[in-house]
Design a protein around this ligand. Structure first.
Ligand SMILES: *[C@@H]1O[C@H](CO)[C@@H](O)[C@H](O)[C@H]1NC(C)=O
Ligand SMILES: *[C@@H]1O[C@H](CO)[C@@H](O)[C@H](O)[C@H]1NC(C)=O
Ligand SMILES: *[C@@H]1O[C@H](CO)[C@@H](O)[C@H](O)[C@H]1NC(C)=O
Ligand SMILES: *[C@@H]1O[C@H](CO)[C@@H](O)[C@H](O)[C@H]1NC(C)=O
Ligand SMILES: *[C@@H]1O[C@H](CO)[C@@H](O)[C@H](O)[C@H]1NC(C)=O
Ligand SMILES: *[C@@H]1O[C@H](CO)[C@@H](O)[C@H](O)[C@H]1NC(C)=O
Length: 370
């Protein structure tokens, strides 16, 4: 009897000890996962930045002048120097930022090019004959990553594809929304200074936010692209983060979620809030998204579309067209392969140019009345 009771006691002790042990481990895990990690995130601008701009994913040391290597013809590699805004609070003050650009000739004149080095690329820009597309890539790409897409888009456009600061062989300067958009605004003005061609802007993924903010920015200088094409857009980075299934189920319930995860991204200029800027886009907009997009669910595009439709006046700002593709495997990267795309594009380009002409006539009428 005695013997058994002693055994029972030590067994209880053992269970109690184990329970205490498990409790301590769980508590430590809780502290690390739900308190320390959010705090580390809050105070690490580097982690936030690499989430929005994963430049480490770009293969280093590529020679972007070696066009043949990329399997595309009729392309000139060059660099645009943008002057740094003196008022930006950053460690790269007074540094000239140089951005890598590919000028991709329209298909129509590709057969004229015998050797890239001998061809007059500047002449094609200044003659104003071909509609220009300023292409803004996603955050995991560089200007060489989407040669297949250029092959399709060059049927309609003379393309300028630019690498953001910090990407590819562009200057490694501080990456923030303001800095990137300032740089690209100057690239756009660089184009305007050299051509009378119609200019369209195409953004993919993060590039949609750059393009939207860019267009709102240009409006301050009375510059208006002919049309803005948003391929797989989103509302804002913090929206996408906050609604990500993992973040939503593991972190969003924390009372300190906003102060440790969301607010720092906004404060550090990483939010890319297109909801705010799309209202100031004064040109027709075309939105493209796929129902099977696994990176940015299409609900974000729908939300952005609704914001644009409900807050813009299409009579003078242009209309918004939203094409949502069925689940046929386009996901986040392959909308350009859709057989419907050429028709959509031709429609958009034609109606956007007509819209711009009618606006110019209106402006002239207004001037005459004055
Ligand atoms: C890059 O490629 C171009 C064109 O092929 C070549 O002229 C140049 O020397 C190359 N640069 C380097 C650093 O290899
Ligand atoms: C920088 O700030 C000064 C004073 O606030 C202002 O006058 C100037 O226009 C700003 N420069 C730029 C490039 O924004
Ligand atoms: C920056 O660019 C300007 C204009 O191109 C030039 O005058 C200046 O010397 C450059 N500064 C540096 C530090 O390279
Ligand atoms: C465009 O031209 C204007 C007027 O000549 C000039 O002030 C401006 O700096 C130029 N901008 C770019 C980005 O080349
Ligand atoms: C939109 O703008 C047009 C022309 O400026 C104006 O006549 C119309 O009333 C505006 N519509 C709305 C809903 O504000
Ligand atoms: C508005 O969008 C439709 C496509 O939905 C297009 O057919 C029409 O021409 C556009 N109108 C203008 C003025 O851009």
């Amino acid at each position: 009897m005695q013997h058994v009771r002693r055994n029972k006691k030590s067994c209880q002790k053992f269970i109690l000890g184990t329970a205490l042990y498990i409790f301590v481990v769980l508590l430590l895990l809780f502290i690390v996962i739900f308190i320390i990690l959010p705090l580390v995130f809050k105070y690490s601008i580097g982690i936030q930045r690499s989430l929005v701009f994963p430049t480490w994913a770009i293969p280093p040391g590529m020679n972007y002048s070696d066009i043949d290597h990329f399997g595309i013809e009729g392309v000139k590699n060059f660099y645009i120097t943008v002057n740094h805004n003196e008022n930006l609070t950053s460690d790269d003050d007074n540094q000239n930022v140089t951005l890598g650009v590919w000028q991709i000739l329209p298909l129509e004149i590709l057969s004229d090019v015998i050797k890239n080095e001998d061809y007059n690329f500047d002449g094609v820009l200044s003659n104003g004959k071909y509609d220009i597309l300023l292409y803004l890539h996603g955050n995991g790409h560089d200007r060489s990553a989407i040669v297949d897409k250029y092959v399709i888009l060059r049927k309609y456009f003379h393309i300028f594809a630019v690498d953001y600061r910090g990407y590819a062989d562009s200057t490694k300067a501080e990456l923030t929304e303001t800095n990137v958009v300032n740089d690209i605004t100057q690239v756009y003005e660089w184009l305007v200074n050299r051509t009378n061609s119609n200019i369209f802007v195409w953004g993919h993924s993060l590039g949609t936010a750059v393009g939207t903010h860019l267009t709102a920015n240009l409006k301050k200088n009375y510059i208006f692209p002919k049309g803005l094409i948003l391929e797989t857009p989103f509302t804002s980075i913090t929206d996408v983060m906050g609604k990500h299934p993992f973040v939503k189920s593991f972190y969003a319930w924390l009372p300190w979620f906003r102060t440790t995860i969301i607010q720092p991204m906004i404060d550090n200029d990483f939010d890319f809030d297109s909801q705010k800027y799309i209202v100031d886009v004064d040109c027709p907009i075309m939105i493209l998204h796929a129902k099977d997009d696994t990176i940015i669910p299409y609900s974000f595009a729908t939300e952005l579309y609704n914001t644009a439709v409900n807050n813009r006046n299409y009579t003078y700002q242009g209309n918004v067209t939203y094409y949502l593709f069925d689940e046929v495997g386009y996901d986040h990267m392959l909308i350009h392969t859709a057989p419907e795309l050429p028709g959509y594009l031709e429609n958009f380009v034609d109606s956007s140019i007509k819209f711009s002409l009618s606006k110019q006539i209106e402006r002239k009428d207004a001037e005459r009345k004055l």
